[in-house]
Ligand binder design. Structure first.
Ligand code: FES
Length: 318
């Protein structure tokens, strides 16, 4: 086996040569700038094999867990298969096994496919057709669920939504690709407080992160904040309340913007008021629309949270 493989192609690597130099010599158009392991321009991902630790200096725990490394300072001694950082992974055939309502406008899809490694909270690309693809976060857990679970908000004008409503029934064939994203449980201490804050179907990755944290024996307090426009949008509320009651370290806080809802309030304002006193210790996971995530990031940072402590995933409508 070649010491270095780029996608499916073996690349000649001279003794002591860096991966970046070998790629360049082989005609691969690999980006670079500092060539000294500081700017991260050359970032790549190992899809097989483990990059040497010195080639991962300065990367986040999530990036390291996903195999990201810096080719300009990487001199592998073990076989390594690598890909560009945004390589979405193999396109896999998949079958829709269940589609069920979670609220008036959110459905849960359960999708069966060849098992592949992922972390709850990452997202995949759901491919209905070559020109109809959308990203959705994974609420399922690879060690617990025999399917991928996605929460999809149905937009009356959205092409994927229309396709789901009109055509997709259990047994429907489609494709998935991925996983991608770094908003998952990694790089946190077991006793560290966690705050998971999201709105709408931003709950899906947070639900995945929560499940993963509990499965890994997280002992610190976990506060899950979920916001919606109105009470009907607070899907899975009963299940999450029951979970919070059964776990000493889990708190579930829900709020709907509709002032007449039983839990009226702006989830971002509520979470910020609650979290302000704890920003020094807490790891944050933020998921939802761009406005919400940007606002939370800015306000948590202004309150003293380190950007390193904040993981986020921004959703767009579709
Ligand atoms: Fe700057 Fe590799 S080129 S880190």
């Amino acid at each position: 086996m070649a010491l270095l493989t780029y996608k499916d192609r073996p690349v000649d690597l001279a003794p002591g040569e860096t991966v970046l130099d070998a790629l360049t010599r082989a005609g691969v158009d690999a980006p670079s700038s500092c060539r000294a392991g500081t700017c991260q321009t050359c970032l790549h991902r190992a899809v097989e094999g483990t990059p040497p630790p010195e080639s991962q200096n300065g990367l986040t725990a999530a990036q390291k867990a996903l195999g990201f490394f810096l080719p300009c300072v990487c001199r592998p001694t073990q076989p390594l298969t690598i890909a560009p950082p945004d390589d979405a992974g193999a396109r896999l055939e998949a079958t829709l096994r269940a589609i069920e309502p979670l609220s008036h406008d959110v459905v849960r899809l359960r999708i069966e496919t060849t098992p592949f490694p992922y972390r709850p909270g990452q997202f995949i690309e759901l491919i209905a057709d070559d020109d109809l693809r959308r990203h959705y976060s994974l609420a399922s857990h690879p060690d617990e669920d025999p399917y991928l679970e996605l929460h999809v908000r149905l937009h009356p004008g959205g092409r994927m939504s229309r396709r789901l409503m009109a055509e997709m029934k259990p047994g429907h064939r489609l494709h998935v690709a991925g996983p991608r994203g770094t908003c998952f449980y990694e790089g946190v201490e077991l006793d560290q407080p966690l705050a998971l804050i999201g709105a709408g179907t931003g709950l899906a990755p947070l639900y995945g992160v929560l499940r993963d944290a509990l499965r890994r024996g997280h002992r610190g307090p976990i506060r899950l904040y979920h916001g919606a426009r109105d009470r009907k949008g607070l899907y899975l509320a009963d299940e999450l309340q029951a979970l919070a009651q059964s776990r000493e370290n889990v708190e579930y806080i829900a709020a709907a913007l509709d002032p007449d809802a039983p839990f009226g309030g702006d989830i971002a304002a509520l979470a910020l008021a609650e979290e302000r006193a704890r920003v020094g210790q807490t790891a944050y996971f933020l998921c939802g629309g761009e406005g919400l995530v940007k606002r939370l990031k800015r306000d948590l940072f202004m309150a003293g949270a380190s950007m390193k402590a904040i993981r986020s995933d921004v959703f767009s409508a579709g």
